[in-house]
Design a protein around this ligand. Structure first.
Ligand SMILES: Cc1ncc(COP(=O)(O)O)c(C=O)c1O
Length: 339
């Protein structure tokens, strides 16, 4: 068997056919550049409607890292502090991008698989005003989290209320926001609560590329379009990013495919648990984290799967719109030792 990347990441998935068709349709004649095109207008309107944010501005980017960097950098000045969880993508997997571009300090807070206790915020802001310390300005959380957990609507509401009471802005890295919405069975607006700014993932959901920043309080992020331009994220042919969002957001395709990915993860999670393997985190969206011993890992040697920490035998399986039940069952068969 060829080495399979089926569970390596949702980034390993192909592009959804509806997106490819939308790109072909968008490839017709000349339209305005740098976002002055009807595709951008329509995708912007859809994002505002879907997230019940009529006043929001929408800024598009090619990658999730860029979207996070744009959102966080527009929120801060160089003496500010950005708070994040100890497993945040912005902290561990963006090569220091948010720090480099914003000049602000990024501070890790303890978390339960990415879910931060609101009390941590109050602890951090206690030293505010002391000239020797960076000044806490914004907290970034991830929905669904890097460890595959979701913030439920009440927990999120309380967290954001307490962040705002502590005079902190809230950013959500929603690189997998579709999976969270589908998992929670709430509206997209409920899945982001009263967050001030949100990265809305497109790439992992089924697009070829493209993430967006939903700026819900534009007055607090007034330089954001300049940051987007400075770091090379203002696409001259932005129609091809916007058309992808339009395709996914039409008729709730983004949520249907996310629900499928979650269902595949649930199938895998139940299967490995039934075989006696231990989960490293509860499976709440489209990612399964499981302890595998050497023998089990050997039986899965045809599969490329991510091991977040080389010293801990926990492996991450990510399901996507394209994951099939047969692929899940093949993994389970191999773990059973029959193939
Ligand atoms: C939680 C999270 N945020 C953001 C990203 C965006 O990453 P990229 O810049 O690779 O699109 C990822 C991708 O792995 C992620 O898992």
């Amino acid at each position: 068997m060829q080495h399979s990347a089926a569970f390596a990441s949702d980034n390993a998935a192909p592009t959804h056919p509806a997106v490819l068709e939308a790109l072909i349709r968008a490839n017709d004649g000349a339209v305005g550049s740098y976002g002055r095109d009807p595709f951008t207008e329509r995708a912007t309107a859809q994002l505002r409607t879907v997230f019940a944010s009529p006043e929001a501005e929408v800024v598009f980017a090619f990658t999730g890292t860029a979207a996070n960097v744009i959102a966080l950098s527009a929120a801060v000045r160089p003496w500010h502090e950005i708070l994040c969880s100890d497993v945040a993508h912005a902290l561990l997997d963006e090569a220091g991008g948010p720090v480099r571009i914003s000049g602000a300090q990024l501070t890790r807070l303890p978390s339960d698989d990415g879910i931060i206790d609101a009390g941590e915020l109050e602890r951090r802001v206690a030293r505010r005003g002391d000239v020797h310390h960076s000044q806490p300005r914004i907290v970034t959380i991830t929905q669904s989290t890097e460890n595959g957990r979701v913030w439920t609507a009440p927990v999120l509401r309380e967290f954001i209320d307490r962040a705002h009471a502590a005079d902190l802005l809230v950013h959500i890295d929603g690189s997998r926001i579709a999976n969270a919405v589908a998992a929670l069975g709430v509206t997209p607006a409920e899945a982001i609560g009263d967050a001030d700014i949100v990265t809305v993932g497109g790439t992992k959901n089924g697009q070829m590329f493209g993430d967006a920043v939903l700026v819900r309080r534009p007055e607090l992020f007034d330089g954001i379009r300049f940051v987007q331009k400075q770091i090379g994220q203002l696409a001259s042919k932005q129609r091809f990013v916007a058309a992808q969002f339009e395709a996914m957001l039409t008729d709730d395709l983004w949520l249907q495919v996310a629900a499928h990915a979650n269902a595949m993860a649930a199938r895998l999670s139940a299967g490995v648990t039934a075989l006696g393997f231990r989960l490293a985190a509860p499976t709440e969206a489209n990612e399964v984290f499981v302890y595998l011993d050497d023998a089990a890992r050997d039986r899965l040697s045809d599969y490329a799967v991510h091991q977040p920490d080389a010293l801990t035998p926990v492996f991450r399986f990510v399901c996507s719109w394209a994951t099939t039940a047969d692929e899940v069952d093949d993994v389970l068969e191999r773990l059973r030792g029959r193939s």
